[in-house]
Design a protein around this ligand. Structure first.
Ligand code: NCD
Length: 352
């Protein structure tokens, strides 16, 4: 795989290879300390991050590579009006792989059009977050001895929760998985995700209360309500604190269920749950570093490739106000693989 912008581009055989490399790294980290010596990672964070940013940096350093970048775009030429395309062209001159996080949906897809080196999407608005999914899959595989044959509850902000969207897509490669989508009506999974699930034959039910399905779950994946994505703050106040997993609630769950969370949490898992052997979210964060090492091992060694010439933009207007095409007006029109009426950057509808 050349870039990792959308987990939908992942094949099962690519995952198998990556996971097997990840297990080698976990078992024999000493064998890999020099495997990326001299390689350089550009870490471009246009939006705050702790885990993803730190874990990419730690992953690169543990392979013997180096990192440059920013976590505050105001300190860069972006504040002088530089386009995303130019920032990426320049960063890709200096680095062997570019990691980008942006509040704009489709930003990594756009970045990949202009980069000479592989691009990794570290989160694009409320859209996708493929490397968190790699951490999630690693955690599931290690705790359950494989991926498949389980019922997973996705709980919280299924509308803006990009980790949930990517996880659902990735799980379409595996068998016998049923989903319990637990959210208030305001935070239901977006239509393009529900369409995806139907098209891929994924079994799901939608419920509002966590205790309605907790007892049948093998995995509970909690998420934070994404306060930063609400345009109307009063809407956020209505759903804030809607789910809180407590010790007493957990009494109604299976003894071998695992509790996952991409972190950071914002009250939806009470600290008392941390001591329960079913709570695996900190281990999940650690797995995130190891699987990113496996990913960087592949990408940092990829050959440099001149990006193809992209035609001029302006042929369609995406309805999504936070789509990258609304800010970066020069971007060429791209159609989504999910349908001709969808934007190829953010998957929302297009108006002609
Ligand atoms: C998630 C994200 O940034 O989308 N965090 C992460 O990368 N581990 C989840 C979140 O912010 O709620």
């Amino acid at each position: 795989m050349r870039n990792l912008v959308n987990i939908g581009d992942m094949s099962k055989s690519w995952w198998d290879g990556l996971y097997s490399r990840c297990c080698d790294i976990i078992e024999r980290p000493g064998d890999f300390v020099d495997s990326c010596r001299g390689k350089v990672l550009a870490s471009l964070f246009f939006e705050p991050s702790t885990r993803t940013n730190f874990s990419f940096q730690a992953a690169c350093m543990r392979l013997g590579g180096s990192v440059f970048g920013f976590s505050n775009p105001l300190e860069t030429s972006v504040s002088k009006g530089e386009t995303l395309a130019d920032t990426i062209r320049v960063a890709s001159c200096y680095a062997d792989t570019v990691v980008i996080r942006s509040p704009l949906e489709g930003a990594a897809t756009a970045a990949a059009l202009y980069s000479e080196v592989p691009v990794i999407n570290a989160g694009d608005g409320g859209h996708f977050h493929p490397t968190q999914t790699l951490a999630d899959l690693t955690t599931i595989a290690r705790y359950r001895g494989g991926i498949g044959g389980f019922c997973i509850g996705l709980c919280g902000d299924l509308k803006y929760g990009r980790t949930v969207h990517s996880l659902i897509m990735a799980l379409s490669h595996f068998f016998e998985i049923s989903f319990c989508l637990i959210s208030p009506p305001e935070l239901r999974a977006p239509q393009y995700m529900l369409d995806f699930m139907r098209e891929h034959g994924q079994q799901y039910i939608e419920v509002e209360r966590l205790d309605e399905c907790l007892g049948m779950l093998d995995i509970l994946y909690m998420t934070r309500v994404q306060s930063e994505r609400f345009t109307d703050k009063s809407e956020y106040e209505n759903v804030r604190g809607v789910y809180v997993l407590t010790k007493s609630l957990l009494d109604g769950a299976k003894r071998d269920m695992i509790v996952m969370h991409p972190l950071p949490r914002d009250g939806e898992i009470a600290p008392e749950v941390d001591a329960d052997s079913r709570a695996v979210y900190f281990e999940q964060a650690r797995n995130g570093m190891f699987i990113r090492m496996a990913l960087l091992l592949e990408f940092l060694h990829a050959p440099r490739q001149m990006p193809g010439l992209t035609p001029a933009g302006g042929l369609f207007e995406c309805v999504n106000e936070v789509c990258v095409t609304r800010k970066e007006r020069y971007l060429p029109p791209l159609r989504s693989s999910g349908g001709d009426d969808r934007c190829g950057y953010c998957d929302k509808n297009i108006v002609y």
